[in-house]
Design a binder for this molecule. Structure first.
Ligand code: MTE
Ligand code: MO
Length: 383
């Protein structure tokens, strides 16, 4: 088997697929702390976890449409200024299980916890690219490079045993404000194997699929990556597209994720005593947009109250404020009265006034990505 060298994992993770290993924490783990602990952070893999043991010889090759290709070692990356960026990573497949209940979709099932908030430490990709002569805020290299492709050392069956790949535009890669990192730390510790040891890319505000783990190679290319996960996956199709009429080339690879929220203090169905119930969870939006509002309903969406939001415990969160973490989720908290059995609902509004859609039907898509419909849970009042 290719799966003989998997790392140890936390026993409370809910395993959605064992080979490759895909797992998420219980909902309650997400609201226990603003920064998600490494061992409880969701793990999303497309193949076995690679073993990189000769760290002295490990290097990242930068090549493609540039004048001077270069091999960078750990010490070269660590010599660059180090940044800590608090950023939420969310799999595009988060909440897929709920979407599949409307109509079957293809892909690993996930509850609401294929998301986590990490403090990523590393060099800015913009600084790394400067080492090969690409200056900040470059859109095109002299030889026509417009995209930056990240190639991993892992092996996935979707790539016929080849490595996982993804790309982002060169303009984003060379923009220091986009905070794209070549990260070697997660929550102040060296990355562990599950999360990309020794180096991974972190693309804040963008679906997790572009944050390539176990980085092996960076290619400067003219078109976006032709890899499977850019071209034949992680694209948002309309509800009318099915497996008989799909034409992958008609859509662009998904990048930013839309506004999302979920209740984490309650399961799909929870029996409670009559009276107060705590409704808390997370809200996040892509592209660096903050969260303007989180609305909670205790009557299935007829009436709403606004929940309080925070990043730092005890400090009210204000979206797009200088002191808030722009790439990170907010946690919300509201105690409501539930005198009888009912449906509790949450929806968030981001700083561009984007709102989550009411129903999953209108955003259903065959790959089951980006389920951002209002999150609904049932409470049964018993005695
Ligand atoms: N990078 C490699 N090399 N291989 C992968 O399978 N999965 C991607 C991305 N980077 C993947 C990868 C997907 S789909 C997601 S959502 C995130 O990694 C998950 O990161 P995590 O496991 O650290 O939470
Ligand atoms: Mo993902």
């Amino acid at each position: 088997s290719d799966y003989l060298e998997e790392p140890p994992r936390h026993p409370s993770l809910q395993i959605n697929s064992k080979y490759p290993f895909n797992a998420e924490p219980p909902r309650s783990a997400l609201i226990s702390s603003y920064v998600t602990p490494v061992d409880l952070f969701y793990k999303r893999n497309h193949g076995p976890i690679p073993v990189v043991d000769d760290i002295e010889r490990y290097s990242v090759l930068i090549r493609g449409l540039i004048d001077n290709p270069r091999e960078l070692f750990m010490r070269d990356i660590k010599m660059l200024p180090k940044y800590n960026v608090t950023a939420t990573l969310q799999c595009a497949g988060n909440r897929r299980t709920a979407m599949s209940k409307v109509k079957t979709v293809k892909g690993v099932g996930w509850d609401v916890s294929a998301i986590g908030n990490g403090v990523w430490g590393g060099a800015k990709l913009a600084d790394v690219l400067e080492l090969v002569g690409i200056s900040k805020l470059t859109r095109t290299t002299k030889s026509g490079g417009k995209h930056v492709e990240f190639v991993s050392v892992d092996k996935c069956k979707e790539e016929n045993g080849g490595p996982y790949k993804a790309s982002i535009p060169l303009s984003q890669a060379t923009n220091p404000e986009a905070d794209v990192l070549v990260a070697y730390e997660m929550n102040g510790e060296p990355l562990n194997r599950d999360h990309g040891y020794p180096l991974r890319v972190v693309v804040p505000g963008v679906i997790g699929a572009r944050s390539v783990k176990w980085l092996d190679c960076i290619n400067i290319i003219a078109e976006e990556s032709q890899g499977f996960f850019m071209q034949m996956d992680y694209k948002m199709f309309p509800p009318s597209v099915n497996w008989d009429n799909i034409n992958w080339s008609t859509r662009r690879p998904q990048m930013d994720f839309p506004v999302q929220s979920a209740i984490c203090s309650l399961e799909d169905v929870t029996t409670i005593k009559p009276g107060k119930v705590k409704v808390s969870g997370y809200a996040a939006s892509g592209g660096g947009r903050g969260i303007d509002r989180v609305d909670v309903s205790v009557d299935g969406g007829k009436t709403w109250v606004e929940a309080s939001k925070y990043q730092k415990p005890g400090i009210q969160y204000i979206s797009d404020d200088m002191n808030s973490d722009k790439w990170a989720w907010v946690l919300f908290d509201e105690t409501v009265d539930a005198p009888q059995s009912t449906e509790i609902v949450v929806k968030a509004v981001d700083s561009a006034a984007n709102v989550q859609p009411e129903n999953v039907q209108e955003i259903w898509n065959l790959r089951g990505i980006l389920n951002t419909s209002w999150h609904r849970v049932q409470v049964r009042v018993g005695r």
